[in-house]
Design a protein around this ligand. Structure first.
Ligand SMILES: C[S@@+](CC[C@H](N)C(=O)[O-])C[C@H]1O[C@@H](n2cnc3c(N)ncnc32)[C@H](O)[C@@H]1O
Length: 147
């Protein structure tokens, strides 16, 4: 077992899961605020230099997990670890956001897909080192081609 504590919460325009854009071509451009607790503010030192961040967070409103599920972007089932489903054995979410500005321990960001009040576990600078031509998009590319 592991024990973790939230380092802060997401302030998001989405109060309900159905409000978050879903499915093929869904764009995540909503702005929100990552409100980091004051005791962790020192850990934000130098974060302003990064354009994008990984936000690691908890699906705190997911109640169960499904090892196989049909995502909104396809009509075929896929394994949970081949999707970004909220119904996972360990309910951990990962979102890349654009850092717009920092106000002390508040980070204004674009690209939230979390519900308002979602607990944040960690932040890391986003650094992509995989050349686009080496990326394979699995069943998602097939679903996009069929659409
Ligand atoms: C498909 S998941 C992807 C989340 C993240 N980008 C990832 O890949 O881990 C996004 C969905 O999670 C759901 N969601 C967002 N915040 C949640 C929370 N705190 N608890 C449970 N479900 C949540 C919403 O329904 C949203 O449409």
């Amino acid at each position: 077992m592991f024990s973790m504590q939230a380092i802060g919460y997401v302030k998001s325009p989405y109060k309900q899961a159905r409000e978050v854009p879903k499915g093929l071509g869904a764009k995540h451009e909503a702005e929100g605020v990552l409100e980091i607790f004051p005791e962790f503010e020192l850990g934000l030192t130098d974060i302003e230099g990064f354009s994008h961040l990984f936000v690691i967070w908890v699906f705190d409103r997911s109640e169960r997990f499904e090892l196989l599920g049909t995502p909104p972007s396809d009509n075929r089932p896929h394994g949970v670890f081949a999707t970004r489903s909220p119904r996972r054995p360990n309910p951990i979410g990962l979102t890349v956001v654009e850092l717009l500005r920092r106000e002390g321990s508040r980070l204004h960001v674009r690209g939230v897909d979390m519900l308002d009040g979602t607990p944040i576990l960690d932040l890391k600078p986003y650094l992509s080192s995989v050349p686009p031509e080496q990326l394979r998009r699995g069943w998602l590319a097939e679903a996009e081609a069929r659409a």
